[in-house]
Design a protein around this ligand. Structure first.
Ligand code: GLN
Length: 197
């Protein structure tokens, strides 16, 4: 059974666990480097990116997370997780994990509409995905090698760069598991690729 980790420092952790299990994969909570070594792919959940970064540093996980990405193991950042993965952040000098070739802006849908749900067209996945946005970031600019998978009101809200996937919204908060299934397939493919080398 394919093993998918959920970075379990802060945020919407249990919802991702349910959604991974609904896709027939084993979910593992990742809180340490040893936990990270057990998993074939990793989800970085939504929550609060500044708090998560503090905890990443506290548990000495920054370099292991960067190494996980450099080993071509799939990573999926949702909302705050997308912020953690981005190479550049609007208004900040430094990025966090910095492996997704994109510039991301935090809290970019305005304070009046802190949270909303909308139906999204997601390339290769859905024409009607129920997407929940909560103080969501968006992707301002993508670099080479990035494929845009979804936009909302002309803003990029989901993108993929090889084994790295990121979205602005919370796909784990509804019973629609198509995006989780897509990521599970990415993890399976990466394992199959490694086995064939
Ligand atoms: N606004 C949060 C941040 O900047 C992200 C919100 C979320 O993950 N729902 O980290």
């Amino acid at each position: 059974m394919v093993k998918i980790g959920v970075l379990a420092l802060q945020g919407a952790i249990s919802e991702h666990v349910l959604s991974i299990e609904a896709c027939g994969a084993k979910a593992i909570l990742v809180k340490s480097k040893d936990d990270l070594n057990l998993v074939d792919g990793l989800i970085l959940p939504g929550g609060e990116s500044t708090t998560m970064r503090k905890l990443i540093d506290h548990y000495d996980l920054l370099v292991p997370l960067q190494q996980f990405a450099s080993e071509e193991k799939p990573m999926f950042g949702t909302c705050a997780g997308l912020i953690l993965l981005a190479k550049k952040l609007v208004g900040y000098d430094a990025a966090h994990i910095g492996v997704l070739n994109a510039t991301v802006e935090r809290n970019s849908f305005g304070r009046q509409v802190d949270s909303f749900e909308t139906s999204l067209v997601v390339k290769d996945i859905a024409t009607d995905f129920p997407a929940v946005f909560i103080r969501a970031p968006h992707i301002v600019e993508v670099g080479p090698g990035i494929e845009i998978l979804a936009t909302h009101e002309d803003r990029i809200v989901m993108a993929k760069q090889g084994h790295i996937l990121g979205c602005s919204f919370h796909p784990e908060l509804t019973a629609d598991h198509r995006i989780a299934a897509y990521f599970t397939d990415m993890v399976k493919e990466s394992l199959a690729k490694k086995a064939s080398v």
